[in-house]
Design a protein around this ligand. Structure first.
Ligand code: 5CA
Ligand code: ZN
Length: 364
C-alpha cells in the first residue's frame, strides 16, 4: 500500500488525520487477517507551497519541513495511527526520480520547454482510466491543483511537469536534464516503484488526489514499466470541511490536531473521525468531539466492569463490518450496543478492550 503523505509546510489538520486514519483501518484489517503489509508513505519535502511558506516566514525550507514532519508524526502517534514501514522524503530520492524521468524520455514520452521537462499526455494510452473525468473537468481541476494548463508553448494543456529547471533562489539538484527539482506526481511514482514495484495493491489518499495526482502518476508508471495497472486499486478518503469549505492549508480554515490535543483526549478525536465513513465528505463541528468524549467515557466504564455480555459475536461482526469497505460507523454502533447491555461473561470486557485497541485503534 502506498499512501500519499503530507506537504510539510503547516500543521496536520483534521482532514489529513481523517485520510491517514482511513488507511490505518485498512492496515489494521489486513494485519488482523494475517497478511504481511508493506506500507510506504512519502513526504513532499520540496514543492512550491513549502518554498513559498518558507520564504514568507523567513525560515530555511529544510527547517520548516523538518519541524512540520516531526509534528505530523507526533500527531499520528497520539491518534494511534500506525506508522508505515517507511516514510520517504522526496529530497532523499531525487536521483531515482531523475532516473525515472530518464526512462520516460527513452520511451519518447517527454519534451523540454524552456529547460523544464514535461510529460506528453499523448504518450499515455491509459490517461483517464483512474478518474474517468471529462477533459473539461480535468483541465479545471488541473488548474486548481498545482497544474499549468495555460502555460504557453505546451503541446497539450494537460501535459504535466516532470522536472522544473533551477530558478534563482530555489533549491536544486543536478540531473541529466540540468539542475532543478522534481515535479509533484513523478515523486510518488518513483517512490512507489522503488519501494513496492508496479502492480501493488492500494494507492491511497484523499479524494482531491484522484485528479491530477493519481491519474498522472498511474500513467507515468505504465509508460515507464509497460505494465498495467500501476496500482490495483485507487482508494480515496472523503474531504473534511469546516464552515462550508474543504479544510485546506491554502484556505486557512483549519482545525489542527495538535491544537485539539491540548485539551481533548486523542482517543476522543479518533472516535470523532471514526464516526464518519471514510468515503464520505463531511463537516467538522465541535459538538462531534463532545459526542465522541461521551462515547469514550461509556466504553471505558463498560470495559471496567467485572463482566458483560458475550463479546465473541461482537468481534466477529466488527470484523465483518470492517471487511465491508471499512464501515467504521457500524463497528462503533456494535461496541455501543455491547456497552449498553448487561451480562455475566467475565472474559468479555478484556476482549472488547482488545478489539477496540487492535481493530479500531482506540485504547480504552
Ligand atoms: N503531498 C501531497 C501528496 S503526494 C499532498 O497532497 N499533501 S497534503 O498535505 O496536501 O495532503 C496530505 C493528505 O491529506 C492527502 O492524501 C490529501 O488528499 C489529504 N487531505 C488534504 N486535505 C484534506 C481534507 N480537507 N480532508 C481530507 N483529506 C485531506
Ligand atoms: Zn502523492
Amino acid at each position: 500500500m502506498y499512501v500519499c503523505g503530507i506537504t510539510p509546510y503547516d500543521a496536520t489538520h483534521l482532514g489529513h488525520a481523517n485520510t491517514y486514519l482511513a488507511f490505518d483501518l485498512a492496515y489494521r484489517v489486513w494485519r488482523d487477517a494475517g497478511h504481511e503489509v508493506h506500507y510506504t508513505q512519502n513526504a513532499t519535502d520540496v514543492d512550491d507551497p513549502l518554498l513559498e511558506r518558507a520564504q514568507a516566514t523567513g525560515t530555511p525550507w529544510q527547517d520548516l519541513a523538518e519541524r512540520e514532519i516531526d509534528l505530523f508524526r507526533s500527531d499520528m502517534e497520539a491518534l494511534r495511527i500506525l506508522p508505515p514501514r517507511e516514510y520517504v522524503g522526496v529530497t532523499e530520492v531525487v536521483d531515482q526520480i531523475a532516473e525515472l524521468i530518464g526512462r520516460l524520455t527513452e520511451r519518447g514520452a517527454t519534451y523540454v520547454l524552456d529547460g523544464d521537462v514535461y510529460f506528453s499526455v499523448s504518450a499515455a494510452p491509459k490517461f483517464g482510466a483512474v478518474s474517468g473525468y471529462s477533459e473539461e473537468t480535468m483541465i479545471e481541476l488541473f488548474a486548481e491543483r498545482g497544474g499549468d494548463p495555460a502555460r504557453p508553448g505546451k503541446r497539450h494543456p494537460l501535459d504535466w511537469l516532470l522536472w522544473r529547471a533551477e530558478r534563482p533562489g530555489e533549491p536544486s539538484w543536478p540531473s541529466p536534464f540540468g539542475p532543478g527539482r522534481p515535479g509533484w506526481h513523478v515523486e510518488c511514482t518513483a517512490i512507489a516503484l522503488r519501494n513496492l514495484g508496479t502492480g501493488f495493491d492500494v494507492s491511497g489518499g484523499g479524494s482531491d488526489l484522484i485528479f491530477p495526482h493519481h491519474e498522472m502518476g498511474a500513467c507515468e508508471g505504465h509508460v515507464a514499466t509497460g505494465e498495467w495497472p500501476f496500482a490495483r486499486a485507487y482508494v480515496h478518503a472523503g474531504m473534511v470541511g469546516l464552515d462550508g469549505a474543504k479544510m485546506s492549508k491554502s484556505k486557512g480554515n483549519l482545525v489542527f490536531v495538535s491544537r485539539l490535543r491540548e485539551t481533548a483526549d486523542p482517543m476522543a478525536v479518533r472516535l470523532a473521525l471514526l464516526a464518519h465513513h471514510y468515503r464520505d465528505d463531511w463537516e467538522w463541528t465541535p459538538d462531534q468531539l463532545a459526542e465522541a468524549e461521551a462515547r469514550l467515557a461509556r466504553w471505558r466504564a463498560a470495559v471496567a466492569r467485572p463482566a458483560g455480555p458475550d463479546a465473541a459475536p461482537v468481534l466477529a461482526e466488527v470484523r465483518e463490518r470492517l471487511a465491508g469497505d471499512l464501515d467504521a460507523p457500524a463497528a462503533l454502533a456494535l461496541v455501543d450496543a455491547w456497552a449498553a447491555a448487561g451480562g455475566d461473561d467475565s472474559a468479555a470486557p478484556a476482549l472488547v478492550r482488545d478489539l477496540t485497541d487492535a481493530l479500531l485503534g482506540v485504547a480504552l
